[in-house]
Design a protein. Structure first.
Length: 155
């Protein structure tokens, strides 16, 4: 089975965050905060890239065949679209920015990804904020179809 490998995140300052880099090591090296503006990975030996000068947050889905991508639309990173991207980059699927919460269609802002200890191989988790009151919710998403599987309040 083909999987995403050698994922690297390139920061605006040119420094590269590879799979071995930790936050503690970045701090130890004296790195100042800098947004990630490009990501690259290997798929069947080919080097693939995504870039956004406003920034992006990327996670490899547990199936290692898809990327979850928060694509920033503003310099502050407060307005991002969530996409599921196939490892070969042939398919980009937008996850809706409106979710059913307590039976109501609610506009949300996607914020970050979570890495649960026992994730299903075909599922990833993103935390979002309901726009009208900024309440946070956990959203379980199918990595293959980009379908929302569940929305639960964060405690």
């Amino acid at each position: 089975m083909v999987v995403i490998s050698e994922l690297a995140r390139i920061r605006a300052d040119g420094r590269v965050i590879d799979a071995r880099m930790t936050l503690d090591r970045m701090i130890g090296l004296g790195w100042e905060p800098s947004k990630v503006i490009e990501v690259c990975w290997r798929w069947e030996g080919e080097l693939l890239r995504l870039a956004n000068h406003l920034g992006l947050l990327v996670m490899v889905a547990p199936d290692r065949q898809h990327l979850a991508v928060l694509w920033n639309h503003d310099a502050e990173g407060l307005d991002a679209t969530l996409y599921v991207v196939a490892g070969d980059k042939r398919k980009f699927t937008r996850v809706p920015g409106e979710l059913m919460i307590n039976g109501n269609a609610e506009a949300v802002t996607y914020l970050w990804f979570e890495h649960p200890a026992h994730a299903s191989p075909g599922t990833f988790i993103c935390i979002c904020s309901r726009r009208r009151d900024h309440a946070n919710y956990r959203v379980d998403i199918d990595a293959v179809t980009a379908s929302v599987l569940s929305v639960q309040p964060c405690r």
